[in-house]
Design a protein around this ligand. Structure first.
Ligand code: ZN
Length: 281
C-alpha cells in the first residue's frame, strides 16, 4: 500500500510528463473506482492544461487550467505508468495488467498516463480550485511529517490523554497525515518505543524522540524513491526501483539490527505490527 513517500515518488515521476501539458482526451473504462468517477469526467478533463501536480499527504492533486483540481488517491494497489516519447521504454503492457487499466490520460505530445488499480480502492474526484482548502477528505487531516506544523510539541498536544496504543494513534490520519503501517513500525523502532505503549505516555521525552524518528524514516524513504511491498510500482513503471531496507517491517523472526534480539510480529487493530521487544519499550 503506497504511503506518503511512495506517493511523493509517483508525483516526482509524473510531474515532468504532466505539468504544462494539455490533456487531449481521457479514456474512462469504468464508471467507478472506489467511488463513482465524477459526472462527465472525460469531457470535463479534455482540453485542460495541467498547471501543477501537487501532493497533500497521500493525495495527488492536478491543478487544471479551467479552475478545477483533479484529486487522485492510489488506494491499496493504484499506480500510474507513463508511455510515449518522453519516457521511451515502457513496462506493464501485458494483457492481465491492462485489464486493470481504468483511466488513460492522452496528453499533448503523445504521452499517455495510465491509471491501473487491480483492487480499486483508489479514487479520482474533481473539486473547484478556489475551494480546495475545504476539500473534505483533507480538511480533517493532521499535519504531514516534515511539515512546519509537525513537531514534538504537536505530538505532545495530539497524544495527551489518549488511551489508544501509539501504533493505532500514528495510523490515525487526523493525528498525522500520510503515515501507514510500514513507516509507523519503522518510526517506532527508530525511536525505541513499543507499539503497545499507551499514547498518553508519549508526551515529553518520548515525543521528543518520536517526531524526529518519523521525519527521518519518511525523508529517507522519499530519498530512496519509496518502498515497495507488493504490487506497487514507481510512476515510470520501474519495478524493482525501490529499496527494501526496513529495520523491522516484514522481518518477523529475524535479528534486530540494534540489539540482536528477535523481531516479533503482533496484530493490532487487524494489522501486523513488527517490533523488537528488546529495545522498544
Ligand atoms: Zn532490538
Amino acid at each position: 500500500m503506497p504511503e506518503l513517500p511512495e506517493v511523493e515518488t509517483v508525483r516526482r515521476g509524473l510531474a515532468p510528463v504532466m505539468e504544462g501539458r494539455r490533456i487531449l482526451r481521457v479514456e474512462q473504462r469504468r464508471a467507478d473506482l472506489r467511488f463513482p468517477l465524477p459526472e462527465r469526467f472525460a469531457e470535463r478533463l479534455a482540453g485542460q492544461r495541467i498547471d501543477r501536480l501537487a501532493r497533500q499527504a497521500k493525495f495527488l492533486s492536478v491543478f487544471l487550467s479551467g479552475g478545477e483540481v483533479l484529486v487522485m488517491h492510489l488506494g491499496m494497489t493504484g499506480r500510474f505508468t507513463v508511455s510515449g516519447q518522453l519516457t521511451g521504454d515502457f513496462h506493464h503492457e501485458t494483457g492481465s495488467l491492462a485489464a486493470h487499466d481504468h483511466v488513460v490520460f492522452h496528453l499533448e505530445g503523445g504521452e499517455t498516463v495510465t491509471y491501473n488499480d487491480p483492487r480499486r480502492f483508489g479514487f479520482m474526484e474533481l473539486w473547484p480550485a478556489e475551494a480546495f482548502a475545504a476539500y473534505p477528505r483533507l480538511i480533517a487531516m493532521g499535519p504531514e511529517p516534515l511539515s512546519n506544523r509537525f513537531s514534538p510539541a504537536y505530538l505532545d498536544e495530539a497524544l495527551r490523554g489518549k488511551a489508544a496504543p501509539i501504533k493505532a494513534a500514528l495510523l490515525d490520519q487526523k493525528v498525522i497525515a500520510g503515515l501507514g503501517n510500514i513507516y509507523v513500525c519503522e518510526a517506532l523502532f527508530r525511536a525505541g518505543i513499543s507499539p503497545k505503549r499507551l499514547s498518553r505516555t508519549i508526551p515529553g521525552q518520548r515525543a521528543a524522540r518520536l517526531a524526529p524518528a518519523i521525519n527521518a524514516v519518511i525523508a529517507e524513504a522519499i530519498e530512496a524513491g519509496g518502498s515497495s511491498i507488493s504490487d506497487f510500482a514507481a510512476a515510470d513503471g520501474a519495478l524493482g526501483y525501490f529499496q527494501h531496507r526496513f529495520d523491522v517491517y516484514d522481518r518477523e523472526g529475524e535479528a534486530c539490527k540494534r540489539c540482536g534480539g528477535t523481531v516479533q510480529r503482533i496484530v493490532q487493530s487487524g494489522r501486523s505490527t513488527f517490533y523488537c521487544g528488546g529495545c522498544q519499550r
